[in-house]
Design a protein. Structure first.
Length: 218
């Protein structure tokens, strides 16, 4: 069930500016380049602000990653656009697709994307859209929970208040034999609701819908 009220409270009006450090949190500032090959053109992308750990970069640049492509078995960080034939972007023009590697690539350490900067001093929570990922800041794992959903993604949120104003590495990782999207990362000055509060909102929505149906009967 979509918990729209909570997500709107977190993302509209409560969003904290990211000018204090982290950049390109929605990956919309990507640069796409064309590589002309005898067998056909291929495409690569630069994603400003972010570093990656996988060997699927191109042109000898460790931060140049495939665009509108996916790996077969190896770990990979890919930029997917709305026109991707494999995994279309879930929001805006671009999304990151992380592939941790399959059983046929047993030596992989998964796929990661990260940047080092300062968390806004007033931030109390962090949100992202996509799939379940391992997320850490300054080496400390963050505990994310689902707070809403879209047609093809989940909205995850975690308490970041203990790290407000600190500088460190924000890392998103997909482990071996897993894959998932990442997009629309946000810092918010609102707290993430407790699980009990999420349950009450969901129950309230159900009761409201039930009463509307009862009231509409002839």
């Amino acid at each position: 069930m979509k918990i729209k009220a909570i997500f709107l409270a977190l993302s509209i009006g409560a969003r904290v500016g990211v000018s204090q450090g982290f950049i390109n949190l929605d990956f919309e500032s990507a640069t796409i380049m064309t590589i002309h090959n005898p067998g056909g053109d291929t495409y690569t992308a630069m994603v400003p602000g972010w570093s990656v750990n996988t060997p699927n970069y191109v042109n000898g640049d460790p931060n140049s990653i495939p665009y509108n492509d996916i790996a077969l078995d190896s770990a990979a960080v890919n930029l997917e656009g709305t026109n991707s034939p494999y995994e279309p972007a879930i929001q805006g023009m671009y999304s990151i697709f992380l592939q941790g590697g399959t059983m046929f690539a047993p030596t992989t350490n998964g796929a990661s994307i990260w940047q080092t900067a300062q968390i806004p001093a007033t931030a109390r929570s962090i949100i992202y859209w996509g799939n379940a990922l391992q997320v850490s800041f300054a080496g400390q794992m963050l505990s994310f929970g689902a707070i809403g959903s879209g047609s093809n993604y989940t909205i995850y949120g975690a308490d970041i208040s203990a790290f407000a104003g600190q500088t460190g590495e924000l890392l998103f990782r997909e482990p071996w034999e897993s894959s998932g999207f990442l997009d629309n990362i946000q810092f918010s000055s609102s707290s993430i609701p407790e699980p009990s509060a999420l349950g009450l909102v969901a129950l309230g929505s159900l009761l409201f819908g039930f009463r509307r149906r009862e009231g509409s009967r002839p």
